[in-house]
Design a binder for this molecule. Structure first.
Ligand code: C2E
Ligand code: CA
Ligand code: CA
Length: 766
């Protein structure tokens, strides 16, 4: 798993960079679009501002021109008015009436009716044509130099007669100029004035001129700004506008010199639009930035979640869920890694295969939750012993593998460790909150390897061979692989082949003499061991059929040698049936009271129609079902399902008796004992052997006997070897005895002969 970690990190980094750069690209694109919109708006705004400004300027200009035109018209009207006033004056004078002077009237009309700031009647020489008050005279003196060129110009036109082209209009001049320090429009018109009006002063000039002017600032500017919608319009002598104002330069008509500025705050629609758009764009930009960061954070979060779930999935795919240990897949990786390391750096390592003994019994007796609890307990004990560099993996069920990476074959440290594991696992385990205590154990097969060793599968095979050896040599032990073990495996394989041959012959009903083989595999035989009544152990109540294999090479093989092979190779069914048939045939010739006990494997029971086969074999042999006892070990009972239990029930209904064999070796539980449909309990010989050797032996055997008595079951003690054992069992109330002391297993013929020869009277009805 550790080897995958950098890979995982790399994958996450790659997806992080690709996703984040995509997001970044999106964010940049968004911002770029915003920037483009902004620039376009600014450009359009500036353009429209410039257009608006031009428009405003030209409007101001045209308004100014309007004003000038108005003054032209006004001055004409004033000129005409003045002339008619003069005519009236002359008439009044001629009639001897005193009227209002036309000059006074003119002044009033100009300032009040036409709204001019000042009006004068002057001679062609530029002098006031009438006596005025001091104020008027002072004002005129002040403006006279500025107005004089206009008058002179008009005078010159008049004299040249060029004005005669238009009879209706009197010659006049209108100009923009600065008067009294203020921008003004001044108008001058020639009026007829051949005679002095009031006689106060007689001028040389023949003509008189009306002069009137109006300031452009003040009321006129107010009107202008009102009409044109100029915001905060003001007049200034110099262009001192603020940055947000514009100045329109008023030029003197005559000289073209600036006479002042109209300053106002222009209406700039473009800037207004920009001003409104900027907050909108800023908000949009901000939203994009916030979205970007939020998405980045989200991305980071989901990537880390993804990596966590990926890590979990990977962990699950490489680990055993129950114990958290590496599983078979990860074990394979570590194993390869270890071999790779050895190839690089040399040294040696050890592979240990660990198989729990009797684990299945715990599972069967107490259920899977208890089995799971036990496995966790087993792993905890092993983990406490192994080092950090070692790999403990669960290969399945109750099989474990341990790689001791740095183990050195010579120092034997691995042997010490494996023995510690065996010792640790042989101690009792408390399950179900302390309600149940179980004892299991383990067998370990180990193999050392280095860079010169053959491939993984060969190393594993060797460890497996060693484990098999450990298991077959009584369990709870450790075996190291040696080449000689291979021979045993070969021998076992060869036995398997032979057994198949032997059973084939049986199947086709061939006799030893009829069967032809290139190599002789020998034949099976049924031995019988007598079962004796405790009350009269000299006699027989029956016999147990014990299979033997007379092998041409290996001699007489005991069932312990080949029954496991038959189980392994799925041949137990055939073998069992062969024993039953031959035993029944033999028993049929025994005295009718004698019982026949036959051992049955769970695999036989699982076979559908087992009951019918048994019954048909019995009828073929001519043995009544009530004379048959089927012996099943405790483990076998727990190994069968309800269907097999029903099969046993049907056989029992036909009178076949069911015996619980090897009682005490499994996980004898009282509840099981009560619920099982059994007729007899056989006390295992390991308990019987305790009698006379260990103090607790007597107590255990007495307890078992008491229990079966209470449950109403018959009892047989097996493995009775000493007189002391025999006497104790008799005294303790055991029903039947079996053991070398009383009789040994002997071939069928010998057993039958012994019945006749010894004239031992069998005891009927055990
Ligand atoms: P088991 O059913 O417990 O059979 C009794 C075993 O104890 C026999 O070993 C017998 O020879 C041995 N024995 C009898 N008296 C004594 C004694 O006083 N001391 C000692 N130490 N041993 C004694 P065997 O014949 O080697 O059978 C071994 C096991 O093989 C049997 O144990 C039984 O489980 C199995 N077996 C034998 N025949 C068959 C068979 O036909 N079918 C099946 N399924 N299993 C069989
Ligand atoms: Ca038996
Ligand atoms: Ca037994």
């Amino acid at each position: 798993m550790f080897a995958h970690r950098p890979l995982r990190r790399l994958a996450i980094r790659v997806s992080w960079t690709s996703s984040s750069s995509l997001l970044l690209l999106l964010a940049i694109s968004g911002l770029a679009i915003l920037a483009l919109v902004f620039l376009a708006t600014v450009w359009a705004g500036k353009e429209s501002d410039a257009a608006a400004l031009d428009r405003q300027r030209s409007l101001v200009n045209s308004r100014l021109q309007d004003q000038v035109r108005r003054v032209s018209q006004d001055i004409q009207l004033m000129g005409a008015g003045f002339t008619s006033l003069q005519v009236a004056d002359s008439a009044s004078a001629a009639a001897g009436r005193a009227g209002v002077s036309s000059t006074e009237a003119f002044g009033k009309i100009a300032t009040t009716v036409f709204g001019y700031n000042a009006a004068f009647l002057v001679t062609a020489h530029g002098e006031l044509a009438l006596q005025s008050d001091a104020e008027t005279a002072r004002r005129f003196r002040w403006v006279r130099p500025l107005l004089q060129p206009m008058i002179s110009d008009l005078e010159a036109t008049q004299s040249s007669g060029s004005h005669l082209s238009n009879d209706d209009e009197k010659p006049s001049r209108v100009e923009l100029m600065r008067l009294e320090g203020r921008p003004s429009i001044a108008g001058v018109i020639a009026v007829a004035g051949s005679a002095p009006v009031d006689g106060a002063k007689i001028s040389d000039a023949k003509r008189l001129y009306l002069v009137a002017f109006r300031f452009l600032d003040g009321a006129t500017l107010d009107m202008l700004s009102r009409e044109q919608g100029l915001a905060r319009a003001r007049y200034a002598r110099t262009a001192d506008q603020e940055h947000n104002e514009v100045a329109f330069q008023i030029e003197a008509t005559a000289t073209g010199e600036p006479i002042g500025f109209i300053i106002w705050t222009p209406d700039l629609p473009g800037s207004r639009v920009i001003g409104r758009l900027v907050p909108v764009l800023s908000v949009a930009g901000l939203v994009i930035a916030v979205l970007f960061f939020a998405l980045m954070a989200r991305l980071r979060l989901s990537l880390s979640r993804l990596s966590a779930s990926e890590y979990n999935a990977r962990h699950l795919s490489l680990h055993d869920v129950l114990t958290g240990l590496p599983n078979r897949a990860m074990f394979a990786t570590r194993f390869q890694q270890c071999l790779g390391d050895l190839k690089l750096s040399g040294g040696s390592a050890v592979l240990a295969l660990i198989d729990l003994d009797k684990f299945k019994d715990v599972n069967d007796s107490y259920g899977h939750p208890a089995g799971d609890e036990l496995l966790r307990g087993v792993v905890a004990r092993m983990n406490a012993l192994i080092g950090a560099s070692d790999t403990l993996a669960r290969l399945g069920g109750d099989e474990f593998a341990l790689i001791l990476a740095g183990a050195n074959e010579a120092d034997g440290g691995h042997i010490v460790l494996c023995n510690k594991i065996i010792e640790a696992l042989s101690k009792p385990f408390e399950l179900r909150g302390g309600d149940t205590t179980v004892r299991i154990g383990c067998s370990i097969g180990i193999v050392s390897f280095n860079k010169t060793s053959d491939g993984e599968s060969e190393i594993f095979r060797r460890a497996d061979v060693a484990l098999y050896e450990a298991k077959s040599s009584g369990r709870g032990c450790l075996k190291e692989y040696q080449a000689s073990l291979d021979h045993r495996v070969e021998a076992r394989e060869s036995l398997k082949k032979d057994l198949r041959l032997v059973l084939q012959d049986r199947e086709f009903g061939l006799d030893e003499t009829e069967a032809f083989h290139f190599h002789d595999a020998g034949h099976l035989e049924v031995f019988f061991q007598g079962v004796h009544p405790a009350s009269d152990w000299d006699r027989l109540t029956g016999a147990e059929a014990l299979v033997r294999w007379r092998h041409p090479v290996h001699g007489l093989l005991s069932p312990d040698r080949f029954i496991p092979i038959a189980e392994e190779a799925d041949m137990m069914d055939q073998l069992g049936e062969w024993v039953l048939r031959n035993a029944a045939l033999a028993a049929a010739s025994w005295p009718p009271e004698m019982l026949l006990a036959v051992n049955v494997s769970p695999s036989q029971l699982r076979h559908r129609g087992f009951d019918n086969r048994v019954l048909s074999v019995l009828s073929e042999a001519g043995l009544t079902p009530s004379r048959l006892e089927l012996e099943l070990t405790e483990a076998a009972f727990f190994d069968i399902d309800e269907q097999a239990q029903a099969t046993l029930g049907r056989l029992r209904d036909h009178g076949v008796q069911i015996v619980l064999d090897d009682f005490g070796t499994g996980f004898s539980s009282l509840s099981h004992l009560i619920h099982l449909n059994i007729d007899r309990i056989k006390i295992d010989r390991s308990f019987v052997s305790l009698l006379g050797t260990k103090a607790e032996g007597a107590a255990i055997v007495s307890a078992i006997l008491g229990l079966s008595r209470t449950l109403g079951k018959a009892t047989t003690a097996e493995g009775v070897e000493t007189e002391g054992q025999r006497d104790f069992l008799i005294a303790a109330g055991c029903h039947d005895l079996q053991g070398f002391l009383l009789s040994r297993p002997v071939p069928s013929v010998e057993f039958s002969a012994s019945i006749l020869l010894a004239d031992k009277k069998p005891v009927a009805g055990r």
